[in-house]
Ligand binder design. Structure first.
Ligand SMILES: *Cc1c(COP(=O)(O)O)cnc(C)c1O
Length: 362
């Protein structure tokens, strides 16, 4: 492919070209061993060295404090929807959730299986200026919640909570599947951070959990061993055979982010990309985004055409122009441009050029 497309898929999503090239180059001969990293025992010292380095690089990037475990798990983002309550809440517990979009809703319905009460503390509101997350003063928090859960970046809805909620007594749990590593983060404000890998980290099926150690030690008795944070921590995330290839690829992505200048550089680039696209959408009456500016995601930009009968033609012509993965989620329709870490600014500019031309010819 001489003209590789720009891939705006929401997930599995594009990964850095440099990482994919390196993985390709060493696919059959990893570390001068003559075999693929996929064919290595996870107990082999060379593999373990790589795996521990990947963990260290992730700790470096996020400046993870020492009192947190960093776990590499399986089962994707949704695996954590049950792992969280089963690991850190009793069956008799009440837990607080924000319901800010489709992923929060899935997390809530899963948690309901494992605790006595899931209290939905707040959701979204329609304002004259688009859909917004209810203001902090309107949240109905429980008195003794075992934890408070929210999704800082709703991948489908394109709704983000950019500040970490203040004045929350319970440990804060965040589903960062689609925004982890997109900008600097104060990990010390959280009890648990988790993320499925296929947006900003690596292949799907893999997941990361960053867990404050004092929350461990009281799992629900039915918690499956492979989802047991404490057991996995004790075994260096190798209680069972990990997804060795995903771990390796995630490690390459962490190194790539370091080479780009870390999360400060990523954040700057991501905010620039998002602002460029939102600014273009806002000055147009042909395209629109219906999220309040304060809650707009910098990773997933949904947008609608003024006339939805043009949607299909838009997608076909975009594909011909080398812009793929723009179809919105089946629940919300319209378009969505996912612009994760690996998407260069040139991709966003190419999208805007295409949108402009499409509008002129419509
Ligand atoms: C993609 C995504 C998930 C689900 O991840 P799976 O790996 O498919 O289970 C969960 N939460 C958010 C916010 C996501 O973007």
């Amino acid at each position: 492919m001489s003209n590789a497309p720009f891939n705006f898929s929401a997930g599995p999503a594009m990964l850095p070209k440099a990482v994919m090239r390196q993985a390709q180059e060493e696919l059959l001969n990893w570390n001068n061993t003559g075999v693929s990293v996929m064919e290595f025992s996870h107990r082999d010292p060379a593999y373990v060295k790589m795996a521990r380095q990947a963990e260290q690089d992730l700790r470096d990037l996020l400046a993870v404090p020492d009192d947190y475990e960093v776990l590499f798990l399986q089962g994707g983002g949704r695996g954590q929807f049950s792992a969280v309550p089963q690991n850190i809440a009793a069956k008799t517990a009440t837990v607080d959730y924000l319901d800010t979009g489709i992923w929060s809703g899935y997390a809530i319905r899963e948690a309901q299986k494992y605790v006595r009460e899931v209290n939905v503390a707040a959701g979204t509101v329609e304002t004259g200026n688009g859909k917004a997350i209810a203001p902090r003063s309107d949240w109905q928090l429980s008195d003794n919640a075992a934890y408070f859960h929210y999704c800082p970046n709703e991948t489908v809805d394109g709704i983000a909570l950019h500040e970490i909620p203040a004045d929350i007594q319970a440990p804060i749990v965040a589903d960062m599947s689609s925004n982890i590593l997109s900008e600097p983060l104060d990990v010390s404000r959280f009890g648990v951070i988790y993320a499925g890998a296929q947006k900003n980290i690596g292949p799907s099926g893999f997941a990361i959990a960053i867990v404050r150690k004092d929350l461990l030690g009281h799992p629900q008795p039915e918690l499956s061993s492979i989802m047991d944070y404490q057991l996995q921590a004790k075994d260096g995330s190798m209680y069972n055979t990990p997804n060795t290839f995903a771990w390796y690829l995630a490690g390459l992505v962490f190194q790539w982010i370091k080479e780009q200048g870390g999360l400060a550089a990523m954040g700057e680039q991501n905010h620039r990309k998002a602002k460029t696209l939102y600014d273009y959408i806002d000055q147009s009456d042909f395209y629109r985004n219906s999220v309040h500016p304060a809650n707009r995601s910098i990773m997933n930009v949904p947008f609608q055409l003024a006339d939805e009968r043009l949607d299909e033609r838009f997608l076909l012509q975009a594909k011909d122009a080398g812009l793929m993965g723009l179809k919105g989620h089946r629940f919300v329709g319209g378009m969505r441009a996912s612009i994760y870490n690996a998407m260069p600014l040139e991709g966003v500019n190419a999208l805007i050029d295409f949108m402009d031309e499409f509008q002129r010819n419509a």
